[in-house]
Write a protein of this length. Structure first.
Length: 288
């Protein structure tokens, strides 16, 4: 077998594996969209169809009323509002506090810096369910509102991650930048805010987006802390309590429509900040 044939075979295998990975990753989202455009009768068809089809004629037929139903559902709209408030607040606070902590851990000298980093890393390893009961007791003792409780508890997981990632970015920044700023008379805060922080913009976007996604999709804490205050339910919890407008049984089509709508903001954010995300993920990969 010639080298040219070997190259062709390797290229075919590469694109085959790539196609399998793409299908594996995108098929669940495609199936959610496909199911959201089906009526209850279409969902009950066997075998399941890759496109919405009329049960009687077999022609392609899209059932869009699932989307109209969820936007008429006050519980779902209120959940969107609550999720936006909680996820945005969690992200902003995590970036604000995490950037200060990362600057101190990455650029300043003080005792106990290494143990502090290990403690921060250890905090990211605790499963949520292990701290849920203790947090619930603290929240009840402090008599905090449901929305503030979710913001407070989400930061227990987004803040350590944000601090750990940003610390590595601050460490990679040249020391000469900070020394030049000090020679020019800048205070440590001015050096951090005016010089170093803008240089870490890709890292801020990457970690902020990941923190937002984690807060946006979180279910366990949201279900627990909104068990009494129904008006504070976020989208994942609101979807669970869907009663359905067109179906007396499980409203699978409306649930899938809601899942698609909830995914759209994340997709839009990724498309808007994709260059920053790639820069943040690849920063520090090449030295020199």
């Amino acid at each position: 077998m010639s080298r040219e044939q070997q190259k062709i075979i390797k290229k075919i295998l590469f694109y085959f594996v790539l196609a399998v990975i793409v299908v594996y990753l995108l098929f669940p989202f495609y199936w959610a969209v496909n199911s959201s455009l089906k009526s209850q009768a279409q969902l009950a068809m066997t075998p399941a169809t890759l496109l919405p089809r009329d049960p009687d004629t077999g022609n392609i037929s899209f059932f869009t009323r699932n989307y109209f139903a969820i936007f008429k559902n006050g519980q779902f709209l209120r959940g969107l509002f609550n999720s936006t408030i909680v996820a945005t607040s969690t992200t902003i606070l995590s970036l604000l506090v995490g950037s200060f902590a990362a600057f101190a851990l990455g650029k300043l000298r003080f005792r106990g810096k290494a143990p502090s980093l290990y403690v921060i890393l250890a905090m990211t390893m605790f499963p949520q369910v292990t701290v849920l009961s203790g947090l619930y007791a603290v929240i009840n003792a402090l008599n905090l509102s449901a929305r503030f409780s979710m913001i407070f508890t989400y930061m227990l997981f987004t803040l350590p991650f944000t601090t750990w990632v940003l610390t590595s970015f601050f460490k990679d920044l040249p020391k000469e930048i900070m020394q030049s700023a000090q020679v020019d008379g800048a205070t440590p805060f001015q050096t951090f805010y005016l010089i170093l922080l803008p240089l870490t913009a890709p890292a801020l976007v990457t970690t902020g987006l990941l923190a937002f996604i984690q807060a946006w999709n979180e279910y366990l804490f949201a279900l627990t802390f909104t068990s009494i205050d129904v008006s504070a339910r976020t989208v994942p919890v609101a979807i669970q309590y869907f009663s359905g407008e067109f179906a007396r049984q499980e409203p699978f089509g409306e649930i899938m429509a809601a899942a698609v709508v909830v995914t759209i903001p994340i997709v839009i954010l990724v498309l808007i900040f994709q260059k920053r995300i790639v820069a943040g993920l690849t920063a520090g990969a090449v030295k020199g």
